[in-house]
Design a protein around this ligand. Sequence first.
Ligand code: PRP
Ligand code: URA
Length: 209
Amino acid sequence: MQKILIMDHPVVQHKIGLIRRKETGSRDFRSLISEIAMYMCYEATRDLQLSEVEIETPIAKTTVMELSGKKLAVVPILRAGLGMVDGMLAMIPAAKVGHIGLYRDPETLKPVEYYCKLPADCDEREVFVVDPMLATGGSAVAAIQMLKDKGCKSIRFMCIIAAPEGIEAMKRNHPDVDLYVGTLDSHLNEHGYIVPGLGDAGDRIFGTK
Ligand code: PRP
Ligand code: URA
Protein backbone atom coordinates (compact mmCIF):
# COMPACT_ATOMS: atom_id res chain seq x y z
CA MET A 1 0.00 0.00 0.00
CA GLN A 2 1.49 3.33 -1.09
CA LYS A 3 2.29 5.68 1.77
CA ILE A 4 1.52 9.36 1.20
CA LEU A 5 2.74 11.36 4.18
CA ILE A 6 1.93 15.06 4.34
CA MET A 7 4.15 16.73 6.96
CA ASP A 8 2.27 18.18 9.89
CA HIS A 9 5.29 19.31 11.87
CA PRO A 10 4.79 22.93 12.97
CA VAL A 11 8.41 23.90 12.27
CA VAL A 12 8.15 22.56 8.73
CA GLN A 13 4.85 24.40 8.17
CA HIS A 14 6.41 27.63 9.49
CA LYS A 15 9.42 27.34 7.19
CA ILE A 16 7.21 26.55 4.18
CA GLY A 17 5.33 29.77 4.97
CA LEU A 18 8.63 31.67 4.77
CA ILE A 19 9.69 30.24 1.39
CA ARG A 20 6.28 31.10 -0.09
CA ARG A 21 6.76 34.82 0.62
CA LYS A 22 7.77 36.70 -2.52
CA GLU A 23 10.12 38.95 -0.55
CA THR A 24 12.26 35.98 0.65
CA GLY A 25 15.58 36.34 -1.20
CA SER A 26 17.79 33.57 -2.61
CA ARG A 27 20.10 33.30 0.38
CA ASP A 28 17.26 32.71 2.87
CA PHE A 29 15.30 30.64 0.35
CA ARG A 30 18.25 28.28 -0.16
CA SER A 31 18.91 27.75 3.52
CA LEU A 32 15.20 27.22 4.29
CA ILE A 33 14.84 24.63 1.50
CA SER A 34 17.83 22.79 2.95
CA GLU A 35 16.43 22.92 6.51
CA ILE A 36 13.00 21.70 5.38
CA ALA A 37 14.66 18.82 3.49
CA MET A 38 16.48 17.82 6.69
CA TYR A 39 13.24 17.70 8.71
CA MET A 40 11.51 15.79 5.92
CA CYS A 41 14.38 13.33 5.72
CA TYR A 42 13.89 12.63 9.42
CA GLU A 43 10.32 11.49 8.66
CA ALA A 44 11.18 9.69 5.44
CA THR A 45 13.83 7.57 7.17
CA ARG A 46 11.68 6.70 10.19
CA ASP A 47 11.10 3.11 9.05
CA LEU A 48 14.67 2.22 8.03
CA GLN A 49 15.72 -1.22 9.18
CA LEU A 50 17.78 -1.59 12.36
CA SER A 51 19.53 -4.56 13.92
CA GLU A 52 21.16 -5.17 17.27
CA VAL A 53 24.95 -5.31 17.55
CA GLU A 54 27.18 -6.00 20.55
CA ILE A 55 29.65 -3.25 21.40
CA GLU A 56 31.81 -2.20 24.32
CA THR A 57 31.54 1.25 25.84
CA PRO A 58 34.49 2.40 28.00
CA ILE A 59 32.41 1.03 30.92
CA ALA A 60 30.69 -2.18 29.83
CA LYS A 61 29.52 -4.48 27.05
CA THR A 62 26.12 -3.56 25.68
CA THR A 63 23.81 -3.91 22.71
CA VAL A 64 23.15 -0.98 20.40
CA MET A 65 21.01 -0.50 17.30
CA GLU A 66 22.64 -0.04 13.92
CA LEU A 67 21.14 0.76 10.51
CA SER A 68 21.21 -2.55 8.69
CA GLY A 69 18.99 -2.32 5.62
CA LYS A 70 19.93 -1.26 2.11
CA LYS A 71 22.50 1.46 1.64
CA LEU A 72 21.02 4.83 0.71
CA ALA A 73 21.17 7.18 -2.26
CA VAL A 74 19.81 10.67 -2.75
CA VAL A 75 18.85 11.66 -6.29
CA PRO A 76 17.91 15.31 -6.85
CA ILE A 77 16.02 16.29 -9.99
CA LEU A 78 18.06 19.19 -11.42
CA ARG A 79 18.07 22.00 -10.88
CA ALA A 80 15.79 22.71 -7.95
CA GLY A 81 16.29 19.31 -6.29
CA LEU A 82 19.93 20.29 -5.67
CA GLY A 83 18.67 22.66 -2.99
CA MET A 84 17.51 19.69 -0.89
CA VAL A 85 20.72 17.64 -1.05
CA ASP A 86 22.67 19.24 1.81
CA GLY A 87 19.72 18.91 4.18
CA MET A 88 19.33 15.26 3.24
CA LEU A 89 23.03 14.58 3.75
CA ALA A 90 22.94 16.27 7.16
CA MET A 91 20.65 13.39 8.22
CA ILE A 92 22.14 10.57 6.13
CA PRO A 93 25.79 11.53 5.48
CA ALA A 94 26.85 8.16 4.09
CA ALA A 95 24.33 8.28 1.24
CA LYS A 96 25.66 8.42 -2.31
CA VAL A 97 24.29 11.11 -4.61
CA GLY A 98 23.06 10.68 -8.18
CA HIS A 99 21.75 13.41 -10.48
CA ILE A 100 18.90 13.45 -12.96
CA GLY A 101 18.62 16.50 -15.20
CA LEU A 102 15.11 17.30 -16.43
CA TYR A 103 13.52 20.57 -17.39
CA ARG A 104 9.88 21.19 -18.07
CA ASP A 105 9.11 22.44 -21.58
CA PRO A 106 7.19 25.70 -20.94
CA GLU A 107 4.75 25.04 -23.83
CA THR A 108 3.96 21.34 -23.45
CA LEU A 109 4.83 21.10 -19.69
CA LYS A 110 6.44 17.75 -20.57
CA PRO A 111 9.82 16.90 -19.00
CA VAL A 112 12.90 16.95 -21.22
CA GLU A 113 15.85 14.81 -20.10
CA TYR A 114 19.37 16.28 -20.33
CA TYR A 115 21.48 14.45 -17.73
CA CYS A 116 21.64 11.23 -15.76
CA LYS A 117 24.53 10.10 -13.57
CA LEU A 118 23.77 7.58 -10.84
CA PRO A 119 25.84 5.59 -8.35
CA ALA A 120 26.97 2.33 -10.01
CA ASP A 121 25.20 0.24 -7.37
CA CYS A 122 22.06 2.37 -7.42
CA ASP A 123 19.88 -0.69 -8.07
CA GLU A 124 20.90 -2.11 -4.67
CA ARG A 125 20.20 1.09 -2.74
CA GLU A 126 17.16 2.68 -1.12
CA VAL A 127 16.78 5.75 -3.34
CA PHE A 128 15.34 9.09 -2.17
CA VAL A 129 14.35 11.22 -5.17
CA VAL A 130 14.09 14.88 -4.15
CA ASP A 131 12.54 17.91 -5.84
CA PRO A 132 10.89 20.85 -4.05
CA MET A 133 7.95 20.98 -6.49
CA LEU A 134 5.50 18.32 -7.71
CA ALA A 135 3.24 20.14 -10.17
CA THR A 136 1.85 18.08 -13.08
CA GLY A 137 4.05 15.26 -11.82
CA GLY A 138 5.65 14.83 -15.25
CA SER A 139 9.22 15.37 -14.01
CA ALA A 140 8.95 13.10 -10.97
CA VAL A 141 7.19 10.36 -12.93
CA ALA A 142 9.92 10.49 -15.62
CA ALA A 143 12.81 10.57 -13.10
CA ILE A 144 11.44 7.58 -11.23
CA GLN A 145 10.93 5.69 -14.49
CA MET A 146 14.60 6.38 -15.36
CA LEU A 147 15.62 4.86 -12.00
CA LYS A 148 13.38 1.83 -12.49
CA ASP A 149 14.86 1.35 -15.98
CA LYS A 150 18.28 1.14 -14.26
CA GLY A 151 16.96 -1.59 -11.96
CA CYS A 152 16.14 0.46 -8.82
CA LYS A 153 13.45 -1.26 -6.80
CA SER A 154 13.21 0.74 -3.56
CA ILE A 155 12.37 4.34 -4.31
CA ARG A 156 10.86 7.11 -2.18
CA PHE A 157 9.92 10.56 -3.45
CA MET A 158 10.15 13.75 -1.39
CA CYS A 159 8.82 17.17 -2.35
CA ILE A 160 8.11 20.32 -0.37
CA ILE A 161 4.99 21.54 -2.21
CA ALA A 162 2.69 19.28 -4.22
CA ALA A 163 -0.37 19.91 -6.38
CA PRO A 164 -3.20 17.37 -6.35
CA GLU A 165 -2.53 16.74 -10.06
CA GLY A 166 1.05 15.64 -9.27
CA ILE A 167 -0.05 13.33 -6.47
CA GLU A 168 -2.58 11.71 -8.81
CA ALA A 169 0.09 11.24 -11.51
CA MET A 170 2.38 9.54 -8.99
CA LYS A 171 -0.41 7.28 -7.72
CA ARG A 172 -1.27 6.29 -11.29
CA ASN A 173 2.27 5.73 -12.57
CA HIS A 174 4.27 4.67 -9.50
CA PRO A 175 1.95 3.19 -6.87
CA ASP A 176 4.96 1.38 -5.36
CA VAL A 177 6.76 4.65 -4.48
CA ASP A 178 6.04 6.23 -1.09
CA LEU A 179 5.52 10.00 -1.13
CA TYR A 180 6.73 12.45 1.51
CA VAL A 181 5.14 15.84 0.95
CA GLY A 182 5.74 19.07 2.86
CA THR A 183 2.32 20.49 2.05
CA LEU A 184 -0.48 19.98 -0.45
CA ASP A 185 -1.63 23.03 -2.38
CA SER A 186 -4.87 23.85 -4.16
CA HIS A 187 -4.34 23.45 -7.92
CA LEU A 188 -2.22 24.34 -10.97
CA ASN A 189 -2.72 27.57 -12.91
CA GLU A 190 -2.92 27.79 -16.71
CA HIS A 191 0.91 27.83 -16.94
CA GLY A 192 1.28 24.69 -14.84
CA TYR A 193 2.45 26.59 -11.72
CA ILE A 194 1.28 25.49 -8.30
CA VAL A 195 -1.25 27.82 -6.64
CA PRO A 196 -0.50 29.40 -4.20
CA GLY A 197 2.93 27.69 -4.46
CA LEU A 198 6.12 29.71 -4.34
CA GLY A 199 6.84 30.48 -8.00
CA ASP A 200 9.76 28.88 -9.83
CA ALA A 201 11.80 26.97 -7.26
CA GLY A 202 14.94 26.71 -9.44
CA ASP A 203 14.98 30.44 -10.17
CA ARG A 204 14.46 31.28 -6.51
CA ILE A 205 17.23 28.95 -5.30
CA PHE A 206 19.79 30.05 -7.86
CA GLY A 207 18.75 33.69 -8.25
CA THR A 208 18.11 33.34 -12.00
CA LYS A 209 15.34 35.35 -13.73
C1 PRP B 1 10.51 22.42 -11.74
C2 PRP B 1 10.56 21.62 -10.46
C3 PRP B 1 10.22 20.23 -10.93
C4 PRP B 1 9.23 20.49 -12.03
C5 PRP B 1 7.85 20.24 -11.49
O1 PRP B 1 11.66 22.25 -12.48
O2 PRP B 1 11.78 21.72 -9.79
O3 PRP B 1 11.33 19.51 -11.41
O4 PRP B 1 9.36 21.87 -12.40
O5 PRP B 1 6.91 20.34 -12.50
P1 PRP B 1 6.11 19.07 -13.04
O6 PRP B 1 5.65 18.31 -11.85
O7 PRP B 1 4.98 19.69 -13.81
O8 PRP B 1 7.03 18.28 -13.92
P2 PRP B 1 11.93 23.03 -13.85
O9 PRP B 1 11.47 22.22 -15.01
O10 PRP B 1 11.36 24.42 -13.74
O11 PRP B 1 13.50 23.05 -13.94
P3 PRP B 1 14.57 23.77 -13.00
O12 PRP B 1 14.55 23.04 -11.68
O13 PRP B 1 15.83 23.58 -13.76
O14 PRP B 1 14.18 25.21 -12.84
N1 URA C 1 7.94 24.22 -11.05
C1 URA C 1 8.15 25.20 -10.14
O1 URA C 1 9.31 25.54 -9.85
N2 URA C 1 7.09 25.79 -9.58
C2 URA C 1 5.83 25.42 -9.86
O2 URA C 1 4.89 26.01 -9.28
C3 URA C 1 5.62 24.41 -10.81
C4 URA C 1 6.70 23.81 -11.38
